[in-house]
Design a protein around this ligand. Structure first.
Ligand code: XMP
Length: 317
């Protein structure tokens, strides 16, 4: 008689049996998966668990502050904060190719996180079932859809040593949310949209600069704020802005402008494996577009992505 409550109880028991009295570390991002995992591990092991939060410089508007406040103040977790923004952004300078970006981010993450780990017995990861299948794609490495950094070589090495624990590897996103509810994680935290590990790096199309990131953060924040006040944030699976690598001609007063273009994307989905483009009310889209071009100097055009997955993916890169 399998239920999520049983899963939670069983996982807590297993963690206790395996890890009690050992040094256990886990990475947290503020997302639903890692937060749920951290709370679950904390519930099972208390102070034997240390959570580590790496800021890769690719987070959204005021995200690092918000995540730390959630984890420390609201959930009572012990969190070590590492701001590695400069290392990530320098390594990404001039890089255009999406897979190259993921590889570099994965590599710097390994350097900062995995190589930075000292004296631990177990590393708990929030790898989900879709990560496992998308990365170990059926057709071999050249067909791998997207590289997820839960699956890098260093992890495989640790795996061989028996140090990796992945309690969610057979779960889908919605099931993790169920686990989160059972653990009493507040709705606003567990309702956070999924956010990719490589963060805004795969939402700035082409090469990444601090200026583009800044601009994208503002646009994304406007979009998300409007979705929250209208109640649409909770109705979609994900919503975000994308910085496009083109300029377009516009007009401001009698002046011709040649500005940046922001794409908005929202999708509905139940597991992220397939997705439908989000049928948001046009007046919300209009308000968001108006605010973006009015409030963000240098942006003169906003477009909305109306492709579903497949054939598109949710992210643009
Ligand atoms: P795609 O773009 O493949 O996204 O349709 C499916 C879901 O996965 C997220 N995503 C990622 N998550 N590392 C991650 O941790 C990645 O490299 C990555 N790429 C996409 C995406 O946001 C969506 O929820």
């Amino acid at each position: 008689n399998w239920s999520m409550e049983n899963f939670v109880e069983k996982t807590i028991e297993e963690l206790r049996t395996k890890c009690k009295g050992k040094r256990v570390v886990l990475g947290v991002s503020g997302g639903v998966d890692s937060t749920t995992l951290a709370v679950l591990a904390h519930r099972a092991l208390g102070t034997d668990v240390k959570a580590i939060f790496v800021n890769n410089g690719l987070l959204r508007y005021q995200e690092a502050e918000e995540v730390l406040a959630n984890l420390r103040d609201r959930l009572g977790l012990a969190v070590e904060y590492i701001d590695a923004s400069d290392r990530f952004l320098s390594a990404l300078e001039g890089v255009n190719d999406p897979e190259q970006k993921r590889k570099i981010i994965g590599k710097v993450f390994v350097d900062v996180f995995y190589h930075g780990l000292s004296d631990f017995d177990f590393l708990i990861q929030g790898t989900l079932y879709p990560d496992v299948i998308e990365s170990n794609a059926v057709k071999g490495p050249s067909q791998t859809i997207k590289t997820h950094h839960n699956r890098v070589k260093e992890v495989e090495e640790l795996e061989k040593q028996g140090k990796i624990i992945e309690p969610f590897r057979f779960l889908f996103k919605d099931e993790v949310r169920e686990v989160a509810r059972i653990l009493g994680i507040p709705e606003d935290i567990l309702g956070r949209h999924p956010f990719p590990g490589p963060g805004l790096a795969v939402r700035v199309i082409g090469d990444i600069t601090r200026e583009k990131l800044e601009l994208l953060r503002k646009a994304d924040h406007i979009f998300i704020s409007e979705l929250k006040v209208t109640g649409y944030y909770d109705k979609v699976w994900q919503a975000f802005a994308v910085f496009l690598p083109i300029r377009s001609v516009g007009v401001m007063g009698d002046e011709r402008s040649y500005g940046h273009v922001i794409a908005l994307r929202s999708v509905t989905s139940s597991d992220g494996m397939t997705a439908e483009w989000g049928r948001l009310p046009l007046d919300i889209l209009e308000r968001v577009a108006n605010r973006i071009v009015r409030e963000i100097p240098g942006v003169n055009r906003v477009v909305y992505d109306i492709t579903s997955k497949p054939p598109a993916t949710i992210e643009w890169e």
